[in-house]
Design a protein around this ligand. Structure first.
Ligand SMILES: C[S@@+](CC[C@H](N)C(=O)[O-])C[C@H]1O[C@@H](n2cnc3c(N)ncnc32)[C@H](O)[C@@H]1O
Length: 244
């Protein structure tokens, strides 16, 4: 399969999903990047947080189709079912449904990840599952800070994590959409919250390296050498023993 042929296949998907969604949806140009990344890094297992209509999901699923297999676990909220078209319809239109498991969460993807962590639990460690995690959901410090902690446990050493919208702020978004309130603006609205997660949690994490920022995207690779280590079982009880 040469690159020229791949482009044609990716364009087939773009022709269907390109007109879907608004400003928040992955564009054909960004979709091509996702497609190439998944294809050329052979990311067989993908976790996506926030799918909306499923644009980004379809581009990544097209890469799995090229690879001849793989799966995407993607999570949004129940309300995403009401989107027109919704991810189920978009996956049917592109013929890529067999690669994707969409979860419509009652609450938040972080609660779905709790369930996944419980299933992957192995004593004091978690069996990692994914080669690539794409975070494009809440865009808030509180939700996505925790999402990184949880996704990190499920990301294989050597795997990559990508954050969309690292420069995005609630204030600028409201201004752009004409929804800026005339009342006092919460200072948190001026903070690029995903950017803070990336700079303070991901880039300072000892297990991450190869940080790259391109436009609104922040990439990081989980180090290959270090596996998660089990906590010493007696650490807390010994602490209390020594203080009794
Ligand atoms: C920017 S859109 C995703 C766009 C999609 N990745 C694409 O590029 O086509 C963000 C999505 O995240 C979802 N979302 C936000 N917070 C969430 C949460 N805590 N749990 C689940 N989904 C969430 C929203 O419902 C929305 O559909």
């Amino acid at each position: 399969m040469d690159w020229k042929q791949e482009i044609v296949l990716c364009r087939d998907v773009a022709a269907i999903v390109g007109p879907v969604g608004g400003r928040a949806a992955t564009t054909p140009a960004s979709g091509r990047l996702l497609y190439d990344f998944v294809l050329h890094n052979r990311c067989g297992r993908v976790l996506e947080l926030g799918f909306a209509h499923g644009n980004s999901t379809c581009y990544m699923a097209a890469a799995l189709d090229e690879l001849g297999g793989g799966s995407i676990l993607t999570i949004d909220r129940e309300a995403a079912r009401l989107r027109e078209p919704n991810i189920i319809e978009l996956l049917a239109a592109t013929g890529l449904a067999k690669y994707v498991e969409p979860i419509f969460a009652q609450s938040s993807y972080n609660w779905e990840l709790l369930g996944l962590l419980e299933r992957q639990r192995d004593g004091h460690t978690t069996r990692p599952l994914f080669d690539f995690v794409f975070v494009d959901g809440a865009h808030t410090w509180e939700t996505d800070g925790l999402a990184f902690v949880l996704a990190d446990k499920l990301l294989r050493p050597g795997g990559w994590i990508l954050f969309d919208d690292i420069h995005w702020t609630i204030a600028a978004s409201k201004a752009a959409s004409g929804r800026r309130p005339t009342t006092v603006i919460d200072p948190a609205e001026r903070v690029p919250q995903v950017g803070r997660v990336f700079a303070l949690l991901v880039m300072q994490h000892p297990n991450y390296e190869r940080f790259e920022v391109h436009g609104n995207w922040g990439w990081a690779r989980k180090r290959r050498t270090r596996q998660e280590e089990a906590l010493p079982e007696q650490a807390v009880s010994r602490l209390y023993e020594t203080h009794s």
